[in-house]
Design a binder for this molecule. Structure first.
Ligand code: PEP
Length: 247
């Protein structure tokens, strides 16, 4: 049985003092014996939020990282820096990074491999645009993304990671994919993992759905056999996040 995992993606929200206040507000609401909970926070909030969640089961994640360990890469943050700060997870390939910061699959493959090397668990995002869905190429596009991003990743590494299926048209729009649409793609991703690796890896890997998840739709989405939790944007910044975790 895979454990569900619900991760909040705070995006570029919350100053350090606001972040600590939000973490403290959410901690009692997201206590769960059955669900892994992650706060993925802006880089500057990592240290205070790690401190704020000390003594709880909540893990802290980063929203991005670079693939080099150190050096002349002004403005970037490395995997060893994140590990030293107490980070356990890192979101990679979010559609906002792919779109606004032109991150491509060659770069993401380097980041994914570096995350594993450093001992971080990647939450690797994939997902189609509305145009791609309407053209009927959703699964082809996601196969291409994941095959490229996972090149050189071992079965053992893949089994430990998280993939987030996030249809771009559902992110921050209030338009959630139906649970059947989400399950269709999450199931196809699991089949792809089986094809790239083996049955055991496909059974172990956790696949989240992300895109306007909230306290009202989480239960139906998470009841689907191939949906192992959610990556949550807007609703992770409020008490609703507690309802999602305790769906
Ligand atoms: C996200 O940013 O990953 C996301 C799914 O956002 P929202 O929940 O706001 O759609």
């Amino acid at each position: 049985m895979r454990r569900k995992i619900v991760a909040g993606n705070w995006k570029m929200n919350m100053t350090p003092s606001q972040a600590v206040a939000l973490a403290k507000e959410l901690i009692p609401l997201v206590e769960s014996e059955n669900v892994d909970v992650v706060f993925c926070v802006p880089a500057i909030d990592i240290v205070p939020v790690v401190e704020a969640v000390k003594g709880t089961k909540i893990a802290v994640g980063a929203e991005n990282m670079y693939f080099e360990d150190k050096g002349a890469f002004t403005g970037e943050i490395s995997a060893p820096m994140l590990v030293d700060a107490g980070v356990k997870y890192v979101i990679l390939g979010h559609s906002e990074r792919r779109e606004y910061f032109k991150e491509d699959d060659v770069l993401l493959n380097k980041k994914v491999k570096k995350a594993f090397e450093a001992g971080l668990t990647p939450i690797l995002c994939c997902g189609e645009t509305l145009e791609q869905r309407e053209l009927g190429v959703t699964l082809d596009f996601i196969r291409l993304q994941l095959k490229s991003d996972l090149a050189g990743v071992t079965a053992k590494q893949a089994a430990s990671m998280v993939i987030a299926y996030e249809p771009i048209w559902a992110i921050g729009t209030g338009k959630t994919a139906t649970s059947d649409q989400a399950e269709e793609v999450c199931g196809a991703i699991r089949k792809l993992i089986c094809e790239l690796y083996d049955e055991a890896t496909a059974e172990a890997i956790r696949i989240q759905y992300g895109g306007s998840v909230n306290g009202g739709n989480a239960a139906e989405l998470f009841a689907k056999p191939d949906i192992d939790g959610g990556l949550v944007g807007g609703a992770s910044l409020k008490a609703d996040f507690g309802k999602i975790v305790n769906y």
